[in-house]
Design a protein around this ligand. Structure first.
Ligand code: PXP
Length: 247
């Protein structure tokens, strides 16, 4: 079965926030993504509110008819926002103030009690809980222990290895293939533990295909590459092309 695509529309808000104005509309973006065939909308409400704002979550909750997945840190402030706005899913991610983007999976082992409390609160509010995790078997075991229903495997390292044309040859190609195998093993492990498996970070039209062949991965969260392409071909077309690349 083809994996679902949630389009991460953070960077539509990045353009809006560059001028602190009202356009481009995140709501219009969400509707176009859904009409183009996306299975869900993902946004990351960051502590520094650099792109998505609290009000965006409220508006998206009213408008998104497919699936609203909100990425957030496991802080009291964020959990309270999730409880209030009731997205379909929350993906717990690590956050550090000066990072350009999320730098890797959540260290569940090192933050066990805090993550467990967050997961319990979210599940009590009826929200499906995913945790963003490196393809590391011990971290996956910890995600299961804290009660996660899904893990999203961090594909950041794979993305780095596949970024340039040079990476497609020789040693670069071998390293990328090894990373696909690491992700495959992690996906099988998480699936064996009874968790759903998603993947995301840095995925592109060019590199998603190898991961789309892993049957345990049922969902992709992809943002920057789709929004980048939409500048040239429009969002509708950019989403359709990613669905095509996955299938
Ligand atoms: N998944 C997670 C957990 C993320 O933090 C991000 C970036 O916000 C993405 C997926 C999407 O990454 P990209 O924008 O590189 O496609």
């Amino acid at each position: 079965m083809t994996a679902r695509l949630n389009v991460n529309i953070d960077h539509v808000a990045t353009i809006r926030e560059a001028r602190k104005t009202i356009e481009p509309s995140i709501i219009t973006a969400a509707v176009i993504c859904e009409q183009a065939g996306a299975n869900g909308i993902t946004v990351h409400l960051r502590g520094d509110r650099r792109h998505i704002q609290d009000r965006d979550i409220e508006l998206l909750r009213d408008v998104v008819t497919t699936y609203l997945n909100v990425e957030m840190a496991a802080t009291d402030e964020m959990i309270a926002i999730a409880e209030r706005t009731n997205p379909d899913a929350v993906s717990l991610v690590p956050e550090s103030p000066n990072e350009i983007t999320t730098e890797g999976g959540l260290d569940v082992i090192g933050n066990f009690e805090n993550v467990k409390t967050a997961v319990e609160k979210l599940k009590a509010a009826g929200i499906f809980v995913s945790i963003f995790i490196d393809p590391d078997l011990e971290q996956l075991d910890a995600a299961k222990s804290v009660g996660a229903q899904q893990v999203e495997l961090c594909t950041g390292e794979y993305a780095e290895l596949t970024l340039s044309a040079r990476a497609a040859h020789g040693d670069g190609a071998r390293k990328a293939a090894d990373e696909v195998e690491r992700i495959r093993k992690a996906a099988m492990h998480a699936h064996g533990l009874g968790m759903m498996v998603a993947a995301g970070h840095g995925l592109t039209y060019r590199n998603v295909g190898a991961l789309a062949t892993i049957p345990e991965i049922v969902e992709f969260n992809i943002g920057h590459n789709i929004i980048s392409r939409s500048v040239f071909v429009g969002l509708n077309q950019a989403v359709k092309e990613m669905i095509e690349a996955i299938s």
